[in-house]
Design a protein around this ligand. Sequence first.
Ligand code: FES
Length: 140
Amino acid sequence: MAYSDKVIDHYEHPRNVGRLDDKSENVGTGMVGAPACGDVMRLQIQVDENGVIEDAKFKTYGCGSAIASSSLLTEWVKGKTLDEAEQIKNTAIAEELALPPVKIHCSVLAEDAIKAAVRNIREKRGQVADAGDAKEEAAG
Ligand code: FES
């Protein structure tokens, strides 16, 4: 299988590997796994009071394409709002990295991870009504 130069570059020099303080009010953590292969990815974002992502870090216990996908994603999300970050599609990652078909799920993992991180920070900030609350509100 031939990997693109971009995959190899991110794999050999991953950006933003590390950990942010999960206990911080300003840090959202997404921890997700890929059913297809069992690989796991943790992606964290640090968000300012305006909902703009100031920093992002990841750790991937996964394949090279998962490392490249999350490395690229951490670069993309910095400076974006939560809404913008949530819109990032795995297809954009796969396209940028020219991932081969069997490695598309690795980019899905990255999309799932950023969505989970955004959800986590929103929950911390009380911006997400959970399903139970929503039902109660609907019921009146
Ligand atoms: Fe599963 Fe890449 S092979 S994340």
